[in-house]
Design a protein around this ligand. Structure first.
Ligand code: FAD
Length: 423
């Protein structure tokens, strides 16, 4: 039976983070009647993605949103890769660094005025074939033909709606973020540097890049967040950093660690039963990604692109929003490939950094050999795909007495969790 009163909006987006803001802009520009609801008027400071790299820039450009996302910032055209304290190659791919909240703020600013913005917490969504009723904490209700749930890691609403999460690996990885400042006369060898981890030390890699005039480090590990070593690292990262990357000061010159050490545990999980009348899940709300793989943003941009170009126009062109329509999005081969690749990359990178056994030892040896002789590594080692020989290389540092780390006492913040289970 069809509703007698037509819904107020064609689409209501719940969550105005990265996925929700991009969707709101594209749908608003396409002339759709859209509302976005988010708990926060201004996205709060949050340790999330701090880099936009390579194909993600291409995806945003294709959606017509790269300029909105990066503002006047010019890209850094290439990153330098290092292993064992030596420069091993470069990656020709644009790189932008930002605080996550800055990126979301820029994308929110691009949302057309025709899109209605509401600040509030959604507490219930009654779904049906024709009309969805969205209720906010204050009791206000909106109606729409379709709800797009872009609520990220927030769990309570999804649980309320009966979506079940399937945990693939709890505590899959642990990511750190902190500042670095050169203290000597030598500048860093490159603005963006990726230093690969050692053998089975549980470190994937360290990425160093500029954010708003300062140098930021993301350290991607598979360490146990409860271990004493992690606690020690968060209070004073310098000794452990020195053990893990003994030649880093020779490569970078003298530096000191600045500010608090942020840490985030990342669970890998996905919604097991997403198909439902009238509601579709995108971005982290559907599946989480390991930060080390750099697939969180590409996956959510794939979701947005597939929805806006392949599915939504057809869904809206015919009556009803039954589960059979919605199922087409989750069966989309491009989306499925992006989700599958992200899971595969997460498993592969973890195994590479942590696995025992002859097979992995041989694999690591071959990778290291290929890096040394060819400077190129293919396959699923996504991060290093595209490493080419250095052109106009800054000289690799001669073996020298490493300058000392000058640590600043790290401030121990609570460890965040990229998971529903903590919320
Ligand atoms: C430490 C870390 C580093 C990372 N690094 C990278 C990286 O380098 N590259 C990469 O590609 N990915 C990275 N990621 C992953 C990436 O950050 C995420 O995939 C991406 O931010 C998800 O965006 P989203 O729009 O799905 O969710 P979010 O941006 O979290 O947006 C969700 C929004 O929903 C709102 N909301 C939730 N519930 C409600 C409700 N009930 N009512 C109203 N509003 C609600 C929230 O307020 C929020 O604004 C990293 C993640 C972490 C944790």
């Amino acid at each position: 039976m069809h509703a007698t009163v037509p819904p107020e909006f064609e689409i209501v987006i719940v969550g105005g983070g990265l996925a929700g803001s991009v969707l709101a802009t594209l749908l608003g520009r396409a002339g759709r009647q859209v509302a976005v609801i988010d708990m926060h008027d201004v996205y709060p400071p949050d340790f999330r993605a701090e880099q936009l790299v390579g194909e993600q820039c291409g995806q945003l450009a294709q959606l017509g949103l790269l300029q909105d996302a990066v503002g006047p910032l010019p890209p850094i055209p290439r990153s330098v890769a290092a292993a064992g304290g030596k420069l091993i190659g470069q990656v020709e791919a644009p790189h932008y660094g930002f605080a996550y909240e800055t990126l979301v703020a820029r994308l929110r600013a691009a949302i057309p005025r025709t899109v209605r913005w509401l600040t509030g917490r959604v507490v219930d969504i009654a779904t049906g074939i024709d009309t969805q009723a969205i209720t906010l904490a204050g009791g206000q209700t909106l109606t729409a033909r379709l709800v797009i749930l872009a609520s990220g890691l927030q769990r309570s609403l999804q649980r309320e709606l009966g979506f079940e999460r399937q945990m693939r690996r709890a505590g899959h990885s642990l990511t750190f973020g902190f500042g670095l400042r050169p203290t000597g006369p030598d500048a860093f060898p490159a603005p963006v540097l990726v230093h690969l981890g050692g053998k089975r030390d549980g470190v994937d890699y360290l990425a160093m890049f500029p954010i708003e005039g300062a140098t930021r480090v993301n350290l991607f590990t598979y360490w146990d967040p409860r271990s004493p070593a992690v606690r020690a690292f968060r209070q004073d990262p310098a000794p452990m950093l020195h053990r893990l990357f003994p030649r880093l000061p020779a490569l970078l010159g003298a530096f000191r660690i600045e500010g608090p050490v942020q840490a985030r545990v990342n669970d890998i999980e996905a919604v097991a039963n997403p198909v439902r009348d009238g509601i579709v899940l995108v971005g982290d709300a559907f599946q989480t990604s390991c930060p080390a793989t750099g697939t969180g943003i590409s996956r959510l941009l794939t979701d947005v692109e597939r929805l806006c170009s392949a599915h939504l126009p057809a869904w809206l062109a015919s009556p009803g929003m039954a589960a059979e329509k919605i199922a087409g999005f989750y069966a989309d081969p491009v989306k499925q490939a992006a989700d599958r690749e992200a899971l595969h990359a997460a498993e592969y990178r973890r195994a590479l950094a942590t696995s025992d056994g002859l097979g992995w030892a041989v694999h690591r040896g071959l990778l290291s050999l290929r890096r040394r002789i060819g400077g190129w590594v293919g396959g699923p080692e996504r991060l290093t795909t595209g490493i080419q020989p250095l052109v106009n290389a800054p000289p690799s540092p001669a073996p020298a007495a490493a300058p000392d780390y000058v640590p600043e006492a790290g401030t121990c913040l609570p460890i965040g969790r990229t998971s529903w289970s903590s919320r």
